[in-house]
Write a protein that binds this ligand. Structure first.
Ligand code: GCB
Length: 593
């Protein structure tokens, strides 16, 4: 025992044992409409700031081993705190609030096979950032990327009673996406659902369906991939309300095909969804899906062939009580506030939000911009960093591919225009396009402050340009905005993806006093006046719906919060600027502009 102890306290390379490349450990599985067994609820929890658990392979030991060897133990999978998943550990105890590092979750669960041939997968909705999975004292693999779901196959490894341990590490690192510096709070833990999914021996791995992105509104494209790569038999696709019930032959486990049908088109005014079912051997998936087209033509954004102005708002996933956890109630409150503002669009910044967001937006009729955290000064030269970003992009697109509400994939936010960044983000934009030709690709781009012009080489590979500008706040010379917008005559649509000002709710003064509601309202008024006449600005998503936790903001008005919310962090108290934007959006909506 003494030798072991010495070995592990001197081991500074232990992380190599826990493969930091997650790609080999994720398995694609289409999870639409499948029954799930929840593994949420009570888990044992221990923080592990010095990574003692990884250094000394805590997962290997059973209580019986320790007993037998007469070893004192520093960790017990059935000891420590108890937390209820999903949760962010920061919100569980005051002493965990700023905790960054590793922490261990453990629980037991029982398993009884329904069908001896079934395959079984663990699905984790999201864990921030690195999650290492251990089942019955065996290391199964890890997943990196704090906001996208992942699957771990457990087939053949389960007993009637099982111990699962998950070590999650939320350390901010230079080489990852996001990197060390952000303007949001670094929550940690397993903050979305943990579930088990059972599928038949042969199952549907991927399914996508969408209206073809061209003139006709009657051609539907679909693609199915099944787990049996040699399959030459059939899948059946049914959309009862459209009279579709067709059988298609697989070729080597895949089929890409087209259908002719005339769906009622999905839009924010008429968020019509159809029940879609796919059958393959014993397997069946079911989803509610809307059909719509989104395109860009010159400086117009066309939804179902008609020009649209995106009346939007940016939102973070942040809650004063729950941290990064969102639930249906939180999401509905967010969407209701957006509707109250007369929005038809939300920018889900700066990372993939809860998957329920896009499902609810499909039902309620809101268009979405979804984003990966390629934020500020990412290590653009580093191939591992790129792999992390592309993996998150693919996982996000795979997750939300059938959500009509999602119209834009964003590949990043405010990144300096270097050659390395152009290659990195250019590759991400091309990947998104190739992977999903039915949606638009964008990013929050840059301005050339010397020339007062939107100037970003990345714009060439984007369908539309996102512009973050803070004239009236970070840029004191307000007049420069009009100049900048006049100097830039882009050949594609621009969305003002961010603009805004900070104000503490209830703090009043004159329009020249920063952090007052009056100052903030004035910024909104002037922004709207300047932007309104511009024919190429086709949308706005000001920063931001609610005040949110930010660990770099500690002046007397901020106290740990970014105060640019139109509504305070209680998600109730509206600031004056709310009504300024509401008036503008109501006018736009009523004129159908
Ligand atoms: C930005 C960032 C956003 C910040 C915001 C601010 O440009 O994109 O993440 O929170 O400014 O408030 O400074």
């Amino acid at each position: 025992p003494a030798e072991n102890l010495i070995e592990h306290i001197h081991d500074e390379h232990y992380e190599e044992r826990y493969n930091r490349q997650n790609l080999n450990h994720t398995t694609m599985i289409c999870d639409a409409g499948r029954p799930r067994e929840q593994l949420n609820g009570r888990w044992h929890f221990s923080v592990d700031p010095y990574d003692t658990g990884l250094r000394s392979d805590w997962y290997k030991y059973t209580p019986a081993d320790l007993q037998e060897k007469h070893l004192p133990w520093d960790y017990e999978p059935d000891g420590g705190d108890v937390v209820t998943l999903p949760t962010c550990w920061n919100m569980c105890r005051p002493e965990y609030f700023y905790y960054e590092g590793s922490a261990w979750y453990a629980r037991e669960f029982s398993y009884l096979a329904d069908d001896p041939e079934e395959r079984i997968f663990l699905r984790i909705g999201a864990a921030n950032y690195n999650a290492m999975i251990f089942l019955n004292h065996e290391y199964l693999g890890n997943h990196y990327g704090g906001s996208t779901p992942f699957f771990v196959e457990l087939t053949g490894k389960l007993r009637s009673k099982n111990l699962i341990q998950i070590c999650v590490n939320n350390s901010r690192t230079l080489d990852r996406v996001p990197m060390r510096n952000t303007d949001w709070f670094n929550y940690g833990g397993i903050y979305r659902d943990v579930e088990l999914l059972r599928v038949p021996k042969d199952f549907i791995k991927a399914f996508r369906i969408a209206l073809a992105p061209h003139e006709s509104f009657q051609e539907i494209l679909f693609a199915v991939t099944v787990s049996d790569e040699t399959a030459q038999d059939e899948i059946r696709l049914c959309i009862p309300e459209l009279g579709v019930d067709q059988v298609f032959a697989l070729k080597n486990g895949k089929i890409e095909g087209t259908l002719t049908a005339a769906p009622k088109l999905w839009s924010p005014d008429n968020p019509k969804l159809y029940d879609v079912n796919v059958y393959f051997r014993q397997d069946h998936i079911a989803e509610k899906i809307g059909f719509r087209q989104i395109q860009v033509q010159g400086v117009e954004i066309l939804l179902n062939g008609k020009p649209i102005f995106l009346r939007g708002m940016s939102v973070h996933e942040d809650d004063a009580v729950m941290g990064k956890v969102s639930d249906r109630e939180d999401l509905l409150r967010r969407f209701n506030h957006a509707k109250e503002l007369s929005c038809n669009f939300l920018r889900l910044a700066h990372y993939p939000h809860h998957e329920l967001a896009a499902k609810l937006a499909d039902e309620l009729g809101l268009l979405l911009w979804e984003e990966i955290p390629v934020y500020w000064a990412i290590d653009f030269e580093n191939p591992a960093t790129y792999q992390d970003a592309e993996n998150q992009l693919r996982e996000l697109i795979t997750r939300d591919i059938n959500r009509a509400s999602v119209i834009i994939w964003s590949v990043g936010n405010e990144n300096a225009d270097t050659d390395a960044r152009l290659t990195f983000m250019g590759n991400l934009a091309r990947t998104a396009k190739q992977y999903d030709p039915t949606r638009l690709v964008s990013a929050a781009c840059l301005v050339n402050k010397a020339k007062l012009k939107i100037e970003d080489r990345l714009a060439d590979v984007l369908d539309l340009i996102g512009l973050n500008e803070y004239y009236g706040w970070y840029e004191p010379h307000y007049e420069e905005l009009a100049q900048l917008l006049e100097n830039s005559q882009p050949d594609k649509p621009v969305i003002i993806t961010e603009t805004g000002a900070g104000a503490l709710a209830g703090h009043h003064g004159t329009t020249s006093d920063m952090f007052t509601e009056e100052y903030m309202a004035q910024v909104y008024t002037r922004q709207i006046e300047t932007i309104r006449p511009l024919s190429y600005v086709k949308g706005m998503s000001p920063w931001i719906l609610y005040d949110f936790r930010a660990s770099r903001r500690y002046n007397r008005f901020q106290r740990g919060y970014n105060r640019k919310g139109l509504i305070a962090q209680d998600k109730q108290t509206k600031k004056l600027a709310f009504y300024v934007l509401q008036k503008f959006y109501q006018e736009k909506a009523s004129k159908n502009e």
